[in-house]
Design a protein around this ligand. Structure first.
Ligand code: M6R
Length: 603
């Protein structure tokens, strides 16, 4: 969701900016732009609606310089138009600024300070750049003082990169809540919303914290707090290769990421186990095991993974668990238990909804753990502990391997807690063995892609609605299966507890409505069979996806059995493939579905 890049001190600025923006495409955007400034005193602003490839066509050979900023915009204030695209500029064309986030008090500031300024966009961002100009021109401040003054007034979330045409040797940078990193190049420096954007230029990055101001020059980076105190911070190395984020021979990222799931299961197993022993931070283990209740906070697919995790923690670690939607929980926090412990699930580690809960949790002095795929992400830095998902970069907006990895890592922690607490299990649970079974089972499913392509066509071609149903663990799974389908195929899809259908939803079932029924949950299996009958009796077009243990003759998809508690690691894969092929058949952009962003950095 909005991406920022910036370069200072490199002759290839235009190329680095465009390449960086391409790498940020996965975050979701609807327009893009760059501003480039060169030593001959020339500068260029190019903005375009649509893809980066469109922008590239507009960037002529003359657009060359040594410094610049770039942006992908995901519209919040004002439609996706060239005027609303970033960089925005002050009315005297002196300041150019890109922004990721939402300014909540822009209207008040506009009214108070900028009533005689000429605006060209509907964005909140333009207010920020005009405000800097206001303090520079009307109150005679230098650019840095004007920038700081504007920051002291602006409320909401932001990552800013600003250029002053009169000082083209530097970029002014600041952040509050939205992500932004400094990258240290050889003779030049960069900024980016995500390290992935700049891996071709550097692997050395420096964090920027909220409330800090950075002046980025080609040979110097100064970080200070808003009130001017110097900050020293060491760089860290990002151990990713530019090739880790390439599609390889795949037509798109989503299919590649679905296929990577067996490898991810094996990686989690070898990383978190030492022989038969689980390897996790012992301080964290003690801390989380002493909690009287776990609160798992997440959004979207991560929330769906948390629903699966609830069962796992309650069974293996004998601890009550509440699963909370981040966007709700922060503003409607229930009465907490005596000794709560918070677990944040977030593929990106940047989700603003989750972050606002973490900020509150930190204020209240509670301990927390972030399970994330992105080490050094905001949620990872700000939580007490981090566990990595180890799924490798997930680029497709629709999350696949991070979901299955999340469930596996939840199981690792739950198992470790159970052992630490001496929980007696009714039957042995060999997690290492289960992860290996899961890896093999996923492999057999992804090896049969043609089958799921045919199912997607037979059940979903021309359909407007679809349902996933199941009980227990299959209900949690149905929510994820239906989310996958709706986000990339744009078919209206819902996940329901199978037993709940008769309380209202069954009125939607008529001849030919596709209903995907999961039967992996032993306790609910017999009743789900009854619910399938009810749907079929009303003309629903049912596809049964069962595990071998509960399969009956006539079930269309029978999956290898693994322990029910973690079975969604396997049973979600048919749904991922069905969604993928349904979207492909409709000609949708599978990796970048409309209106969605990979990293949701606004609340
Ligand atoms: O990065 P996060 O896991 O915190 O993101 C949460 C959701 O925005 C994310 O899972 C979203 O629902 C995905 N597009 C689902 O495929």
């Amino acid at each position: 969701m909005c991406g920022i890049v910036g370069v200072v001190g490199n002759d290839n600025t235009t190329k680095i900016l465009l390449n960086g923006l391409e790498k940020l495409e996965y975050r979701g955007y609807d327009s893009a732009g760059i501003y480039v400034n060169n030593e001959k005193g020339k500068d260029f602003l190019v903005k375009e609606v649509g893809k980066i490839s469109q922008l590239e066509k507009e960037v002529g050979p003359e657009v060359q310089g040594e410094m610049g900023i770039g942006h992908t915009r995901w519209a919040t204030h004002g439609q996706p138009t060239v005027e609303n695209a970033h960089p925005h500029y002050s009315q005297d064309n002196r300041f150019y600024l890109v922004h990721n986030g939402v300014l909540t008090n822009y209207a008040e500031l506009k009214e108070k300070y900028l009533s005689d300024f000429k605006f060209v966009s509907q964005t909140d961002t333009e207010v920020a750049v005009q405000l800097v100009d206001y303090f520079a021109t009307k109150e005679n401040m230098d650019a840095e003082a004007a920038f700081r003054k504007a920051l002291s007034l602006l409320e909401g979330s932001y990552a800013f990169a600003m250029v002053d045409k009169e000082q083209p040797d530097r970029i002014f940078v600041a952040k509050n809540k939205s992500p932004l990193l400094i990258g240290l190049g050889d003779g030049f420096n960069v900024i980016c919303s995500d390290a992935m954007a700049m891996l071709e230029s550097t692997h050395k990055f420096v964090e920027i914290h909220d409330g800090e101001v950075v002046i980025l020059k080609k040979d110097n980076v100064s970080i200070t707090t808003l009130d001017g105190k110097a900050v020293q911070r060491d760089p860290y190395t990002v151990n990713l290769d530019a090739s880790d984020i390439s599609k390889g021979t795949y037509a798109n990222y989503m299919l590649k990421e679905i296929d990577e799931q067996p490898a991810t299961m094996r990686k989690i197993s070898s990383h978190y186990f030492d022989g038969k022993d689980i390897k996790v931070d012992q301080k964290m283990l003690k801390d989380v095991s002493e909690a009287d209740r776990l609160y798992i906070v997440a959004a979207g697919t991560s929330y769906n993974a948390a629903l699966v995790g609830k069962d796992i923690f309650e069974n293996l670690a004998d601890v009550p668990v509440d699963v909370e939607l981040a966007s709700e929980f922060g503003y409607h926090m229930p009465k907490l238990s005596q000794k709560p412990f918070f677990i944040f699930l977030s593929q990106s580690g940047e989700t603003a909804d989750s972050r606002q809960v973490l900020v509150r949790v930190n204020e209240l002095g509670y301990h927390s753990l972030t399970m994330t795929n992105v080490p050094n992400s905001t949620l990872s830095r700000e939580a007490t502990y981090t566990m990595e998902l180890l799924a490798g970069p997930e680029i497709a907006v629709a999350s696949t391997k991070a979901y299955t990895a999340n469930i596996a890592v939840e199981a690792v922690l739950a198992k470790a807690m159970g052992e630490y607490k001496g929980v007696q299990l009714a039957k042995d649970f060999d997690l290492q063995g289960q992860l290996s079974l899961a890896a093999n089972a996923i492999q057999t499913i992804v090896d049969e892609k043609d089958r799921f392509e045919k199912i997607a066509h037979d059940y979903l071609a021309g359909k407007k609605d679809a349902f996933y149903i199941g009980r227990g663990i299959d209900y949690a799974l149905s929510l994820e299966a239906s989310l996958k389908l709706k986000e990339i195929s744009y078919i209206h899809a819902e996940g329901f507890a199978a037993g709940e259908l008769k309380h209202g939803t069954i009125s939607l079932i008529e001849k030919g409505v596709p209903v995907f029924a999961y039967v992996n949950d032993g306790i609910g299996a017999a009743h789900t069979r009854g619910n399938i009958q009810e749907v079929e009796a009303r003309g629903g077009h049912v596809l049964v996806i069962s595990s071998k243990k509960y399969a009956q003759e006539g079930d269309q998809v029978v999956l290898p059995s693994i322990d029910e508690m973690i079975s969604p690691i396997v049973s979600v894969v048919p749904a991922q493939l069905i969604a993928y092929y349904a979207a492909l058949e409709r000609g949708n952009d599978v990796d970048k579905p409309r209106n969605l962003a990979k990293s949701v950095t606004v609340e």
